[in-house]
Design a protein around this ligand. Structure first.
Ligand code: NAD
Length: 456
């Protein structure tokens, strides 16, 4: 009897699907399939590999509604958001379809001959991803990995494996050869750890918590595996008194309560300059109480449930009896892992809610006096993933952006992710970059070749 994994629907707590739960043997078999497929996949001509990636992009678009519905139900995210995520998956493959023919090297002047560099694929790469943006984050890794000629073993989070499994079928139908992409559904502690330890895996690309990231970096050291880590965050949203306060307040809820706050880029620390705090808080309250929380499949829904009962208990621990709750939005009763969007204010910078990643719909508001204090507070964290600066003074906004220790910043906007720009963290938010041209560096090795031309 195989071990059975029950996949739940967070909005109803009902079982959505039952799957066999993989263990270490299945990981070893998947690595063996990926290793067997590697020589032929790396030898596919660049233009043919580009065509396969383009076909995958088109196939995802053709299956957009089916994949979005599956993701919305399994991850509990609003259907409109899920459609947007599937569009991004298609864009990622379209973007990286341009890469096989553009993996350029250098020619380097040397004496006695010619020297040049090549970008070689690594081999079998292990991709370990979380449950908050299941297929999107997998695509950020699969796109450049496959474009560069690697083969892949993908381990989705146990809570949200369904779109990864369906994607693998769709990619196969679109022309991805057998064995190039292998999905293993099982626990991190066994399947994930085995991928990290496996001597046949050349690289691990991981997205998840900083805690698990630490153990992956340590485990990968045994085989000197390449590792890229996209980890947690506690991103600041810095609002100066000279900003368009109405715009900043209207945008702030989306930046922290999007995906029910289960977003590594969530601007969960809202830093507001003191003279603006009353006006900002009034506008923020109107925006937060207007958020429509409910059935992910209702087209009007803006926020769904949390992923699990465990996640709801963790998030709830930040809103205990003593928490300075300024205001809360609504949440449905009944089955489902619901949690009302919550704003805490004022919060001391050393309070637990201001320091730890909550990964749920809880924002803290911290007042500040001047630019110097804003920068100090914003940087006062082990994390450094993302952040926003709202100001009507362009020079100040640029000064602050330069001073913040974070990988992805936006000014008078809360956006973090674009397919064509690099994404990743400073400090304990990880290392390596995904998306944009930089992601390919993490899936290739540079090889230098010298050809002697001068008579010896
Ligand atoms: P998690 O770290 O618990 O799990 C992530 C993945 O790692 C899962 O597939 C899990 O099964 C696997 N895993 C767990 N233990 C493992 C081990 N010992 N060895 C190998 N693999 C193991 O994270 P989560 O709860 O799924 O996701 C939430 C976290 O992810 C948050 O901290 C969030 O900030 C982070 N995140 C970061 C980014 C980013 O790009 N920086 C994006 C999304 C989420």
């Amino acid at each position: 009897m195989p071990d059975v994994l029950e996949v739940l629907e967070p909005a109803t707590e009902a079982v959505l699907e039952e799957l066999p739960r993989a263990g270490e043997e299945e990981v070893d078999a998947a690595v063996a399939r990926a290793a067997a497929a590697f020589p032929a996949w790396r030898a596919v001509s660049p233009s043919d590999r580009a065509n396969v990636l383009r076909a995958i992009s088109a196939a995802v678009t053709a299956h957009r509604e089916e994949l979005a519905l599956l993701e919305a139900r399994n991850a509990g995210k609003p259907i409109g958001d899920a459609r947007g995520e599937m569009d991004m998956v298609a864009q990622v493959f379209a973007y990286y379809s341009g890469s096989p023919e553009r993996l350029l090297g250098d020619t380097i002047p040397v004496s006695g001959g010619q020297a040049w560099t090549l970008r070689e694929p690594l081999g079998v790469v292990g991709l370990i991803v979380p449950w908050n943006f299941p297929l999107t984050i997998a695509a950020w890794k699969m796109g450049p990995a496959l474009a560069a000629g690697n083969t892949v073993v993908l381990k989705p989070a146990e809570l949200t494996p369904l779109t990864a499994l369906r994607f693998a079928q769709i990619a196969g139908e679109a022309g991805l050869p057998e064995g190039v992409l292998n999905v293993v559904v099982g626990p991190g502690s066994t399947c994930g750890a085995r991928l990290v330890a496996h001597p046949g895996v050349a690289k691990i690309a991981f997205t998840g918590s900083t805690e698990v990231g630490r153990s992956i970096a340590a485990g990968a050291a045994q085989t000197i595996k390449r590792v890229t880590l996209e980890l947690g965050g506690k991103s600041p949203n810095v609002v100066f008194a000279d900003a368009d306060l109405a715009a900043a307040a209207a945008a702030a809820p989306g930046a922290v309560f999007g995906n029910a706050g289960q977003d590594c880029c969530a601007r969960s620390r809202i830093l507001v300059q003191r003279p603006a705090i009353d006006e900002f808080m009034s506008a923020l309250e109107r925006a937060v109480t207007a958020i429509r929380v409910g059935d992910p499949l209702d087209e009007a829904t803006e926020m769904g449930p949390l992923i699990s009962a465990g996640q709801r208990a963790t998030v709830g621990s930040f809103v205990d009896d003593g928490a300075p709750v300024a205001f809360r939005g609504a949440a449905p009763d009944g089955p489902g892992f619901w949690f009302a969007p919550t704003v805490l204010c004022p919060v001391e910078p050393d309070a637990r809610a201001a320091r730890e990643e909550i990964f749920g719909p809880v924002a803290v508001v911290i007042p500040f006096d001047d630019e110097e204090e804003a920068v100090r507070l914003a940087n006062d964290t082990i994390y450094g993933l993302s952040g926003s600066i709202w100001s009507g003074d362009g020079a100040r906004a640029l000064r602050v952006a330069r001073a913040l220790d974070a990988g992805v910043l936006s000014i008078n906007s809360n956006t973090s992710v674009r397919v064509s720009t690099p994404f990743g963290g400073f400090k304990q938010s990880g290392y390596g970059r995904e998306l944009g041209p930089h992601a390919l560096d993490a899936y290739t090795e540079v090889k230098s070749i010298f050809y002697a031309t001068d008579p010896t």
